[in-house]
Design a protein around this ligand. Structure first.
Ligand code: HEC
Ligand code: HEC
Ligand code: HEC
Ligand code: HEC
Ligand code: HEC
Length: 448
């Protein structure tokens, strides 16, 4: 538009200049004979032809319609986290493009006596709803089809490990790494450590009987601060998929990955075509239901599963054993682990439950747990049952003290969150989820 205005301004000046010239010429001579015609110029590129490769009903227009059904588009997190340089890299369009372009490391630096994650954007780029330009950041650079190239397919240093471990899903040209960069867990900080160090998963595993939290020992004698939201964030999918990021207790079940980890891409299952209702394509869903919990009537888009190179010969549907058996098994293990974790409450759950659609994992466990702890918080969990150890309000102090937690219980809790919040009841990586859950249950049985 600005350019157009410039054009208009420039043209306007020329008109004025021409008028002036005309009015200053008082006498005009007779017109001369016309000169010979000029040489034809070489054909210019027809810009609108390259535009049409994308700007056609079947391409951008169709995809933009599908994308409206994606939570990337209708979700509210991009509004809520706008301006936040820490949350931005996964929640804001320009911030994601910024960390990709600058290869921003996932390391931590010691600043003013505290460890801080370097995986941040700058203030100017902490903005933007996730959209076409987030994943296709080269759009409108050459105006050719190559502009569809994905913003990043590079291996992803994991922010939960301060970048010391990397996820690389190399299949499909690394296209899953695009998703992994955002759909990864966040680091768990030791809330009671003034230096804000990360919780060391190796110590959690090696010292199962050490105390993580005990109200009797005083609030300072602990590492983590138990709270409603003491968690690994919401994006555990990619770590589970890659078989990384859990607390791997020794046990009867070996830590192995399912075949998906090395052969399937996120796009295979989440962007399958043709779409089934709101599932597939650029809506990125597998399930054709927006918010309702899983039920027998729920339909899925299995088109990505049933290709010739994957399950084409024995196609999968909602009643196939390949679909039902692992999901039933993992649901059962989640239920068992939840029960074992809740035992320390002496009759009252420590895990928070929510059967409404506000719980993204409603229906995945019989108790409808969401991975939070049922600790009081005036803003986020006003009906919380347990006392927040770090709040002295009268309402809070009237509640029962949160029970003592050993390291093994903390590790089991982290693994529970991790496996619940991969959403698929093991479809992402059945073997890894099974091992984490079964071995966590054994670790609790052995140490309590
Ligand atoms: C590689 C695919 C591709 C090509 C080629 C392409 N565009 Fe686009 N264009 C897009 C996408 C994707 C969007 C964003 C659509 C949306 O947000 O729904 C877009 C959006 C637009 C918009 C809306 C404003 C904006 O920037 O979001 C205009 C105007 C536009 N394009 C013009 C053009 C013109 C003119 C050409 C050719 C010179 C062209 N495009 C070539 C993919 C392309
Ligand atoms: C820039 C970071 C980013 C990238 C890249 C990204 N996602 Fe997301 N994704 C998010 C965020 C953030 C949400 C949740 C948005 C909200 O709640 O507002 C989300 C939501 C989703 C959801 C819906 C989750 C739900 O609770 O229903 C699916 C499915 C999904 N993403 C899959 C993918 C796949 C597959 C890819 C790769 C092709 C991908 N995402 C790439 C950040 C990203
Ligand atoms: C490493 C990437 C990453 C970072 C950094 C990050 N998030 Fe997220 N967040 C995600 C992803 C991915 C999702 C969507 C997960 C899904 O629905 O499967 C999400 C979801 C959310 C949601 C939506 C939960 C819901 O119930 O729908 C909120 C709120 C949120 N994040 C807040 C934050 C805040 C606040 C920060 C900064 C303190 C932050 N996030 C930093 C990746 C990240
Ligand atoms: C979360 C990441 C993400 C977002 C947001 C996104 N795309 Fe894509 N897009 C992809 C991926 C991944 C592929 C490759 C699909 C495959 O490998 O099958 C792709 C492929 C494409 C293609 C070429 C192949 C095809 O499916 O026709 C077009 C065109 C396209 N996207 C347009 C868009 C438009 C238009 C928007 C915005 C309305 C958009 N994309 C938003 C990830 C994304
Ligand atoms: C083998 C198929 C398959 C592959 C490959 C796959 N997913 Fe999923 N994914 C699922 C299923 C099934 C669900 C459960 C969907 C539901 O309950 O609606 C799911 C759920 C999710 C969700 C929660 C939102 C939702 O729609 O429920 C996110 C986010 C997600 N996957 C991201 C990814 C990412 C990122 C990758 C690649 C690292 C990936 N998935 C690879 C099958 C797959």
């Amino acid at each position: 538009m600005k350019n157009l205005q410039k054009l208009f301004y420039a043209a306007g000046l020329m008109v004025v200049a021409t008028c002036l010239m005309l009015s200053s010429c008082t006498k005009e001579g007779p017109q001369g004979i016309a000169g010979p015609a000029g040489k034809d110029g070489t054909d210019g590129k027809d810009a609108s032809e390259t535009c049409k490769q994308c700007h056609a009903k079947a391409v951008v227009d169709a995809i933009a319609t599908e994308f409206e059904l994606s939570k990337h588009s209708w979700g509210e997190a991009a509004f809520e986290e706008a301006g936040n340089v820490t949350c931005g890299p996964c929640h804001e369009q320009k911030a994601y493009v910024y960390v990709c372009a600058n290869n921003t490391p996932a390391t931590f630096s010691f600043v003013n006596g505290k460890w801080a994650n370097d995986y941040v954007t700058n203030a100017a780029n902490a903005i933007g709803e996730i959209g076409c330009y987030t994943c296709h950041s080269s759009l409108h650079t050459t105006y050719g089809m190559s502009d569809i190239a994905l913003t990043s397919v590079a291996p992803v240093p994991m922010t939960m490990w301060a970048g010391t471990k990397t996820i690389n899903l190399a299949q499909g040209g690394g296209s899953s790494n695009l998703c992994v960069k955002c759909h990864q867990p966040r680091p768990l900080t030791c809330g009671n450590d003034p230096a804000g160090r990360l919780l060391n998963y190796d110590s959690v595993k090696m010292f199962p009987k050490a105390v993580m939290y005990d109200s009797a020992a005083g609030a300072k004698n602990t590492m983590l601060k138990p709270s409603y939201r003491m968690h690994v964030h919401y994006g555990t999918v990619s770590a589970v998929y890659a078989g990384q990021g859990g607390i791997e207790y020794a046990g009867d079940v070996p830590y192995e990955n399912s075949v998906h980890t090395s052969v399937a891409t996120c796009q295979d299952c989440h962007m399958a075509n043709p779409m089934t209702g709101i599932a597939g394509g650029h809506a990125f869903n597998m399930r054709n239901a927006k918010e309702s919990a899983l039920s027998s009537g729920t339909t899925w888009n299995f088109n990505g599963c049933n290709t010739t190179s994957c399950h084409g010969t024995l196609p999968i549907d909602a009643n196939s054993s390949k679909w039902k058996n692992p999901r039933t098994e993992i649901k059962d293990l989640l239920n068992q682990l939840a029960a074992k974790i809740n035992e320390c409450g002496g009759g009252h759950d420590i895990l928070h439950a929510d059967a409404t659609s506000a719980n993204l994992w409603a229906g995945l466990t019989t108790g409808n747990y969401d991975g939070y702890l049922d600790i009081y918080s005036s803003s986020t969990n006003p009906s919380g049952y347990w006392r927040d150890p770090y709040n002295t309000s009268a309402t809070n102090m009237a509640k029962p003290k949160f029970p003592k937690l050993l390291m093994v219980q903390t590790g089991a809790l982290i693994n529970f969150q991790f496996c619940l919040r991969e959403y698929s009841l093991g479809i992402h990586n059945t073997n890894y989820v099974r091992a984490l859950l079964a071995n966590s249950i054994k670790a609790l049985n052995d140490n309590l």
